[in-house]
Design a protein around this ligand. Structure first.
Ligand code: AMP
Length: 490
């Protein structure tokens, strides 16, 4: 373990800090007469990136309009009059998945502020690793924070900047903010999109006739029949207004470290990322897993729905075994992970999945899922499959063991709660009651994604959750004095 990582792990143990990140979806549109309708549809397609709350801020040439609420997109933006009141040709929106325990109205994004240069709204997908440090400095200079989300740091940095234009002010803010983030922002007659210097979080640019779009994922362009143009580059900021689109680079020359977990679990399978189909990548990972870890005399391959489906198809094809939906998912229950307490999480798993007994009785089953985090899901599902009559249950996971927390915007628990942080594969196999357990190797994963794994700085992806190699320094966590102080502010 590197000194840096050791230092970080020690800090985690002593501070007892839990999760920090937010995993969210962002969408923006410029130059469409029904901009808010477009954003509501885009956010609906991105609902999997955050179900806690959503918001839209629009601009009609004179005024800004804002609607933010807890709940799903179609619960908040289902009334025509709500959308009608969000007037304008320019709008930004955000789906929130909070992990800081603060389910507060004031944390719902996009955040809006009246600045010296006019109205300004901003939504972020990701997490800043030095937000607390910056926040403390700003508070000491008199800033009054309204929310507990790290996104507000951007608003204050833009407000405090002395640069002449809004995008130059945001560029300056980006140079101070560290972490993994994608942002959409809206100022008077201006839509801005930007990505962190390593491009950890995704952001894509789309077009439909004369309108421009920004979205966390390309599936949000499909819903409105917009065409995908390109991805925003790592460290790039695009500024869209009546003069067209311009690109700036507040950060240049940093290696790309796109989040590998977007491919494994987080993104919708019908999205494209870095010109790769997420679905195809998941199948390819499943195929690699089949090559690396076959099961003798297996009868069938069963996915843990929905996240395990594409990799299970890939596994079954490569292993030349039947693929069957041996577990049926009830789609009217949210992702189990979202439930906040252990008690509800356990209940959630039972509510969500049921064994398809007709296909499991007397079978040697290969159960495929994308990841094991706390192990709760796997254990319940293995038990369920066995109770349905399976002879043997062999678990195959289409990611390497999740050993480290993410601080760049994917919600993962603290490392103590990550099963693979303190247990080896044999121990985990016993804990989840499986007959055998295997994870895809990091090399196999890179191979499936078309990249040969390279060591150290040349690595193409951020794979910190598996390797502990964090591309951006975890400033707040390493300064315990600072985090304690700021915890009081929350
Ligand atoms: P667990 O029961 O804690 O082991 O959770 C594992 C399940 O959670 C897997 O089936 C994944 O599909 C899902 N999962 C993994 N990572 C995340 C995440 N960051 N957010 C929500 N769900 C996740």
């Amino acid at each position: 373990m590197s000194n840096f990582l050791q230092e970080f792990e020690d800090e985690r143990k002593t501070s007892g800090r839990k999760k920090l990140g937010e995993k969210c979806g962002v969408f923006g549109v410029y130059g469409h007469p029904e901009a808010s309708t477009m954003v509501a549809l885009g956010l609906h397609a991105l609902q999997h990136r955050g179900q806690e709350a959503s918001g839209i801020v629009s601009y009609d040439g004179d005024n800004f309009y804002s609607k933010r609420a807890l709940g799903l997109v179609d619960q908040t933006f289902n009334q025509k009059d709500v959308i009608d009141r969000l007037k304008g040709y320019l709008a930004v929106g955000h789906n929130r998945y909070a992990t800081t325990g603060e389910t507060l109205y004031r944390n719902i994004q996009p955040l809006y502020a009246d600045l010296a240069l006019g109205g300004f709204a901003l939504g972020q997908n990701g997490n800043l690793t030095n937000a607390r440090t910056i926040r403390q400095e700003l508070v000491e200079h008199g800033a009054l924070f309204q929310s507990t989300t790290d996104t507000e740091v951007f608003i204050h940095l833009v407000a405090a900047s002395r640069k002449p234009t809004i995008h130059e002010r945001l560029a300056e803010a980006m140079q101070q903010a560290e972490g993994g983030y994608s942002i959409v922002a809206c100022a008077e007659d201006t839509l801005i999109g930007a990505r962190d210097k390593h491009g950890i979080r995704p952001l894509a640019l789309g077009k439909l006739n004369d309108s421009w779009f920004l979205a966390s994922e390309t599936c949000a362009f499909d819903i409105i029949s917009a065409e995908f143009v390109r991805e925003i580059e790592p460290g790039e900021m695009v500024v869209i207004n009546k003069n067209g689109i311009k690109s700036y680079f507040p950060h240049k020359g940093n290696p790309k470290r796109f989040c590998i977990f977007e491919y494994i679990y987080f993104a919708r399978p019908d999205s494209f990322m870095e010109n790769r189909s997420v679905y195809e990548m998941r199948k390819a990972i499943g195929a690699e897993l089949a090559k690396e870890s076959p099961v003798e005399n297996a009868d069938l391959v069963v996915p843990v729905p929905d996240s395990g489906i594409p990799s299970a198809i890939g596994y079954a094809e490569a292993a030349k075994l039947p693929f069957e939906l041996g577990i049926i998912r009830n789609h009217y229950v949210g992702r189990t992970f979202i439930e906040p307490t252990d008690q509800i999480r356990h209940l959630g798993v039972k509510l969500k999945h049921n064994a398809n007994r007709a296909y499991l009785e007397d079978k040697i089953v290969i159960l495929v899922d994308d990841s094991i985090v706390r192990g709760t899901t796997s254990r319940k599902i293995v038990d369920m499959v066995r109770q349905a009559g399976a002879k043997e249950v062999h678990v195959r996971i289409s990611s390497p063991p999740t050993k480290h927390s993410c601080f760049y915007g994917i919600d993962t628990p603290s490392s103590e709660e990550l099963l693979a942080n303190s247990h080896d594969v044999d121990e985990i196999c016993k804990i989840i009651h499986a007959d055998s357990l295997a994870y895809v190797t990091t090399d196999g994963l890179y191979k499936a994604l078309g990249e040969v794994k390279r060591n150290g700085e040349d690595r193409k992806f951020c794979d910190a959750c598996f390797t502990g190699d964090y591309p951006v320094r975890l400033t707040d966590l390493l300064d315990q004095k600072m985090s304690k102080r700021v915890t009081e502010l929350g």
